[in-house]
Design a binder for this molecule. Structure first.
Ligand code: ADP
Ligand code: MG
Ligand code: ZN
Length: 478
């Protein structure tokens, strides 16, 4: 057998910060950032004698997430203490859920090679986030910031159903988009509101699954792919040398491109879970669950089907747009304004996606709204601006969103469609390009394109291209 005969087995634990206004057990704000330790109170700072009170919204959001991922919702759930010491967790235990999570036995679907594949969701439970240690610039000391302590999390544990990095990315993206649609989290990966622990093992088909290692807190798809590749090779090396893979938690280092053992979690941990005595059991009625079910919005899958039928978008484009609630909402509100789904689709797929990439922004951060995008499309459709000016307007919209009509007025970008003005430009360009005239007459049609291009350059893209074309032809044929 060779290295290629190993099968890779991957299961994920995804942590998602919920976008409730207040923390899970106190009324401090959950807002990201802020001066260290300003979003805190005696409860989330774990002062002795304080008592937690469960934020009802957290339960609602977790149940929503469970319903949107085809889980069974438990009618009878509870919180448990998970004991461990870590300096960013002053309580020395986390309040999580052990044997009675809120949601169990769900799945979501991903597409691989044109086929749909179900990825099982083992469980979804609620817990509190830890604070944050700041290691830099304090003369060798570390300082703790408890603003994040007590921010509500759901942990979504998958079955070991994933087989490679591509499937992992598809699964995470699908999960992220579902959570965005149901509005329980902003899922900002760069702010850590959506992060995954990646469990990886290798085995030979037919044999039992191998021992897994776990890479903690991964929040970029690129790092995840590199980390999986590295870890798979490392494990195969170990097995091929006749040694055993140790079950351990690893830290991926993006700079060296390697995984490192996190010493504090070398042994299978014993958290000594026990029911949280300071909180009551969570009993949910049928009516409560049904009410939440009724609030679920249209999910990405169904929006996609609708876009294919209703707007005749390509499968690929519909996938891209509906994979993000924010892109999809932008699309819908823009076509309400301009009634040109094809054009809006093109703007989103090409220029908007490109700018998001360049600026390393996520769709949620697009500063303008669908109405403004729709107005831009109308300006082009009406021939008031050319599409190349349209691109400049879009860049402006990213800088300072406002009515595109005001942008083109302020910038003097209105298309030149005045016959006299166009004629003047055409004559000027012809005068200075006698060679092109000769070329055209000698049958080289390309010369026309060149002349139009020169005229566009001369007018900084403002001349009406259709009129230019017609008028050049007219003159050249004289
Ligand atoms: P723990 O809390 O110890 O990390 P969990 O059971 O909560 O354990 O999570 C285990 C995760 O590891 C799940 O996502 C599961 O799918 C995955 N997993 C379990 N066995 C394997 C394996 N052999 N290879 C890869 N992943 C695995
Ligand atoms: Mg784990
Ligand atoms: Zn607090």
């Amino acid at each position: 057998m060779s290295r290629n005969d190993y099968e890779v087995i991957i299961g994920l634990e995804v942590h998602v910060e919920l976008s409730t206004k207040t923390k899970i057990f106190c009324s401090c704000p959950t807002e990201f950032g802020g001066e260290p330790n300003t979003h805190t109170c005696p409860i989330c700072m774990a002062m002795p004698g304080t008592l937690p009170v469960l934020n009802e919204k957290v339960v609602e959001y977790a149940v929503k997430a469970g319903l949107a991922t085809n889980c069974e919702v438990s009618r009878d759930s509870k919180n448990d203490r998970k004991n461990y010491f870590y300096p960013d967790t002053p309580r020395a235990y986390q309040i999580s859920q052990y044997d009675k999570p809120l949601c169990e036995n769900g799945y979501i679907e991903i597409e691989t090679n044109g086929d749909k594949k179900k990825i099982g969701i083992t469980r979804i439970h609620i817990e509190d986030d830890a604070g944050k240690l700041n290691h830099d610039d304090f003369g060798g000391e570390s300082l703790v910031d408890l603003n994040r302590a007590g921010v509500p999390l759901i942990e979504i544990v998958s079955e070991p159903d994933l087989r490679n990095a591509e499937e992992v990315e598809k699964y995470m993206r699908k999960l992220k988009s579902i959570l965005e649609y149901i509005e329980v989290s902003d899922c900002k990966m760069q702010e850590g509101s959506f992060r995954g622990d990646i469990n990886v093992s290798v085995h030979k088909p037919g044999e039992p699954y191998g021992t897994r290692t776990e890479m903690k807190n991964m929040n970029s798809f690129r790092s995840i792919a590199r980390a999986i590749e590295y870890e798979v090779e490392r494990q195969i090396d170990i097995l091929e040398e006749g040694r055993k893979v140790e079950q351990e938690s690893l830290r991926w280092d993006d700079v060296s491109g390697k995984t490192f053992s996190m010493r504090d979690k070398e042994d299978a941990e014993d958290y000594r879970y026990f029911p949280e005595p300071d909180l009551v059991a969570i009993k949910l009625s049928e009516e409560y669950i049904q009410n939440i079910k009724n609030t679920l919005p249209e999910l990405p899958e169904s929006r996609k089907e609708r876009y294919l039928k209703q707007y005749e978008l390509s499968e690929k484009d519909a996938n891209i747009i509906t994979s993000s609630k924010y892109l999809s909402d932008l699309f819908e509100s823009a076509i309400k304004e301009c009634d040109n789904p094809k054009a809006v689709n093109n703007w989103i797929i090409s220029d908007i996606s490109r700018i998001l990439n360049e600026k390393e922004m996520e769709a949620i951060d697009i500063p303008f709204n669908g109405e403004e995008l729709g107005k831009l499309v109308i300006l082009i459709d009406k021939g008031i601006i050319s599409s190349s000016i349209g691109k400049k307007v879009l860049t402006e919209l990213f800088e300072e969103p406002k009515n595109p009509e005001d942008i083109i007025k302020e910038k003097g970008w209105i298309q030149i469609s005045d016959e006299g003005a166009i004629k003047e430009i055409v004559m000027k360009i012809l005068d200075s390009n006698p060679q092109s005239i000769a070329d055209f007459k000698a049958g080289k049609d390309r010369a026309l394109g060149f002349l139009v291009g020169q005229a566009m350059k001369e007018t900084k893209g403002k001349a009406n291209p259709k009129m230019l074309n017609e008028m050049f032809l007219e003159e050249l044929k004289k």
